[in-house]
Write a protein that binds this ligand. Structure first.
Ligand SMILES: [Zn+2]
Ligand SMILES: [Zn+2]
Length: 487
């Protein structure tokens, strides 16, 4: 199973490339991968989809389903004192990661820091979300987001501050938890930006709404905060900003996507059915393992033969499980897929294509119509698109701050986010930019053919906190002061 690499992502996860989890035997509940545990939680109420979970009442249900169980992150550890060194804060956050909708300790730290800096703070927005508001004269309202959740990944960095925390989703087994996506970097930068903006109130005018968002990794934390009145209970943003750490550029650098930042992501569960029997007598069965194998390879022609090569798309089968023993042909095989693109119509074509190929392969295998593959897919969301004019302004301010060499161009990412929903619902231009995190020595070695750099969601991802956080604070504060410039 792919434990410890890239699993645990869902519909809107920020980085979703995953090592395939292939097993000959369907795991018992206690052996389930994190993603499977999540899928179990999703499927408990029959027919309840992510769409159905977007109302506040449904979110309470969702929280009960997946978020009620605490993360066992040494709760006796005292919270860091507000106002301390940011790298020390980062190491504390890194040692105490919490799963989606369980970020109580992280939220308490952000709330205390923002209060100490002079913000008016509301906690418990959309579950564990934090909203810190500073009204500082006339001018626009700027939202700045940090996400707070960790991932069910067993850390393998070997760092002295590596996480040993455990957590679990409701009804799931205990899992090691790690900040493998760098949301601890985001919270540290957020804290530094709150302090920097509070300390320079004479240099800007307007309203700052800084939010700590729960559950970015696939569980709809942005949606939860919006459904809990983020845009009505607090000043409605005219602009929105966020950053995400990156394993594609070194610490001390940034990258501003001009428009396309992160893709649409759909999660799909597929049950390939057959007729089980003795492994010695295949003629008396309809083998779903052989059929699933054909579907797995067949759907890749949707990318290579049917998709416009100028429109990027990815289909990944991240999990496939069927059967129990050498000599038993099972009745079914369960697959989990992620499907990504930048266009809703293209995304629908891919989803329809997968259903068509699966059905066609089943027919070709002689599977009766009543046993056709069953598919369940999350609703098609939105890509994360930066507002071009706003992105150009952010690019320009960062180039003037850091010099062009430290503002690097990157291709759009096929990872996914839910940050865009704040801007979309508020009608506010939004920009998310990448914050380089790779230690310079590691970066230099990799350029010379040395060891590959661990990607986000990898158990070895270890950004260099000093220059990464310092650059993040400087970049975000500069962009914020640009938006909130005095007339
Ligand atoms: Zn992530
Ligand atoms: Zn992330």
């Amino acid at each position: 199973m792919a434990r410890g690499s890239s699993n645990g992502t869902g519909n809107t996860s920020c980085a979703g490339a995953g090592a395939a989890a292939i097993s000959a035997a369907k795991p018992a509940k206690s052996q389930q991968t994190p993603r499977q545990a999540l899928a179990v939680a999703w499927t408990v109420p029959a027919g309840l989809s992510l769409v159905a979970m977007t109302s506040p009442r449904a979110l309470v249900l969702a929280a009960l389903l997946v978020g009620a169980a605490p993360t066992f992150a040494a709760p006796q550890t005292p919270l860091p004192r507000p106002g301390g060194d940011l790298v020390t804060l980062y190491k504390d956050l890194h040692s105490h990661p919490e799963l989606a909708f369980q970020e109580t300790r992280s939220a308490a730290i952000l709330a205390a820091e923002a209060r100490a800096a002079g913000f008016t703070v509301t906690e418990g927005v959309g579950g564990t979300g934090v909203v810190a508001v500073m009204v500082n004269g006339p001018g626009p309202v700027l939202l700045i987001r940090a996400d707070m959740d960790g991932l069910p990944v067993k850390e393998a960095t070997g760092l002295p501050y590596a996480s040993t925390a455990l957590g679990h989703y409701k009804d799931g087994a205990d899992q090691p938890v790690m900040h493998a996506c760098g949301h601890d970097i985001h919270m540290s930068v957020w804290t530094g930006v709150a302090r920097a903006m509070a300390a320079s109130r004479d240099q800007w005018s307007g309203t700052l709404v800084m939010i700590g968002q729960p559950a970015e990794e696939g569980l709809g934390g942005a949606r939860a905060m919006l459904d809990d009145g983020l845009l009505t209970r607090f000043p409605k943003p005219d602009f929105a900003l966020a950053l995400h750490d990156s394993s594609s550029i070194p610490a001390g650098t940034v990258s501003v996507p001009p428009t396309r930042a992160l893709s649409i992501s759909s999660s799909m569960d597929m049950t390939v059915k057959g007729i089980g029997g003795h492994g010695a007598y295949p003629a008396s069965t309809k083998d779903p393992v052989a059929l699933a194998a054909r579907i797995v390879t067949g759907i890749q022609t949707l990318i290579s033969r049917e998709n416009d090569p100028f429109k990027p798309a990815v289909i990944t089968v991240g999990s496939i499980h069927g059967g129990t023993r050498y000599n038993i042909i099972p009745d079914e095989v369960a697959l989990q897929l992620t499907i990504r693109s930048y266009d809703a119509a293209q995304q629908q074509r891919l989803l329809d294509g997968i259903a068509r190929v699966a059905k066609g392969e089943a027919m070709a295998a002689g599977i009766p119509e009543a046993l056709a593959p069953v598919i369940r897919t999350t609703p098609i969301g939105q890509p994360t698109l930066n507002d071009p004019a706003f992105a150009a302004r952010v690019q320009s301010i960062l180039e003037s701050k850091f010099g062009k060499a430290r503002v690097i161009d990157l291709d759009p990412s096929m990872a996914s986010e839910d940050f865009q929903y704040f801007g979309l619902e508020a009608g506010a231009p939004s920009v998310i930019f990448w914050l380089g995190g790779v230690p310079q020595a590691q970066w230099d070695a990799a350029q010379k053919g040395g060891p590959a750099i661990p990607s986000l969601h990898n158990s070895g991802w270890a950004p260099d906190p000093g220059p990464t956080i310092a650059t993040g604070v400087e970049a975000m504060a500069a962009a914020a002061k640009m938006v909130l410039a005095k007339p």
